[in-house]
Design a protein around this ligand. Structure first.
Ligand code: PLP
Length: 374
């Protein structure tokens, strides 16, 4: 069976974890945490990165930093991972779900424009499959009401919008290093802060509401409870693993892109025949090969395709269940139908993709997809 995902190991993870053990400094914010943060900052070219225990935690930290009040609204896409919405719901915000675009699952600025009002405090674009959202359009809408943009950049490492790295466009952004992402450490993430005036606040949120980080830099003579926060720091063991991966980002990306390009080439004719639609990458965006997906015409075709692939030894999977129709949200809120979010819920299929995927395996997957459509 060709698995859907296989976390890639670059080879230096054990060496670095060994160094972390030998240093007898195991809790967070030690030398590997600083190394990993510096690598992310170098990759992004600006802003301050803080490692977190997950992207979910980075989103929760960002939600705390938005300082939401009862009645405040946050606009998120319906077609996303639960954490995008849950992080803000935890703070008591009213979640407003926007639809996806027709070309790809990214949030549709027209849908955002229809939801925005004077209570909108934040807009959270998700760069689905690592492909940039229409950030200029979203920024213009946010500026109109003074809302903060928080990028859910969980899938967006090493990808760009008009030449600018994803994760540098919002006030805050959140990355994931979960084992299913391009760069992994088991469970991990980063909060990236693009507004220098908020960097100290972000450290406080990550350090349980204390100014412990400033204390260790010698900037204050004792540390105190100075605001709301939680425990979002990963251990040095996790940071050591992540450092090894971040150092190899270019090699990882080259391998993933090669597999992605092979799929795109092998399946193009199916899109031409309208059997499926393939991802549209807008001119302003790049492709980081986080994911290769295709969209079937209807749910029934997708179900049969996934079954056919399984019978052919290929593990392909569907993705999100639109959140506007989720049991938790729909039980407590009136929901509007969102046509594109529902379409991707029903019709999107993801093909196996991992950095050390063999080209023969990629061809086997493509052969099986082609055989299904005949
Ligand atoms: C993976 C993912 C998350 C959650 O990441 P964790 O690190 O597992 O918390 C959030 N949002 C999106 C869009 C994701 O793909």
């Amino acid at each position: 069976m060709i698995p859907f995902n296989k976390p890639y190991l670059v080879g230096t993870e054990n060496l670095y974890i060994g160094e972390a053990l030998a240093s007898r400094k195991l809790s967070g914010d030690g030398s590997f945490t600083k190394r990993a943060q510096a690598l992310i900052e170098a990759q992004l070219g600006s802003g301050k990165s803080l490692l977190t225990t997950s992207c979910t935690d980075a989103l929760e930290a960002a939600a705390l930093l938005c300082d939401l009040k009862p009645g405040d609204e946050v606009i998120v896409p319906s077609y996303t991972f639960v954490s995008t919405a849950n992080a803000f719901a935890l703070r008591g915000a009213t979640i407003r779900f926007a639809d996806s675009g027709a070309d790809n699952p990214n949030i549709d600025p027209a849908s955002v424009a229809s939801l925005v009002n004077e209570r909108t405090r934040a807009i959270v674009p998700v760069h689905y499959a690592g492909v940039a959202c229409d950030m200029d359009a979203l920024q213009a809408i946010a500026d109109g009401v003074g809302a903060t943009i928080v990028e859910d950049a969980a899938q967006a490492i090493a990808s760009f919008y008009k030449g600018k790295p994803l994760g540098t466009l919002g006030t805050f952004s959140a990355f994931s290093f979960h084992e299913t992402k391009n760069i992994v450490c088991g469970e991990g993430g980063a909060l990236h802060v693009n507004d220098p005036a908020r960097a100290l606040d972000a450290e406080i949120v990550r350090e349980k509401g204390t100014n412990r980080s400033a204390f260790f830099r010698g900037e204050v003579d004792k540390y105190n409870w100075v605001g709301l926060g939680s425990s979002y720091l990963p251990s040095e063991l996790v940071a050591a693993f992540l450092t090894a991966q971040l150092e190899a980002v270019d090699a990882i990306q080259a391998r993933r892109i090669a597999v992605w390009d092979r799929y795109a080439e092998r399946l193009a004719h199916l899109a031409q025949r309208n059997d499926i639609s393939l991802p549209v990458i807008p001119d302003y965006a790049t492709n980081n090969a986080h994911m290769f997906y295709l969209v079937c015409d209807v749910l029934e075709t997708r179900t049969r395709l996934i079954e056919h692939l399984k019978a052919s030894g290929v593990m392909a999977v569907f993705h999100y269940q639109a959140l506007h129709a989720s049991p938790y949200f729909a039980a407590n809120n009136a929901t509007q139908p969102l046509a594109q979010a529902t379409r991707y819920t029903d019709c999107l299929v993801r093909l196996p993709l991992y950095a050390d995927m063999d080209m023969d395996d990629a061809d086997r997957v493509a052969d099986a997809v082609c055989a299904f459509f005949g």
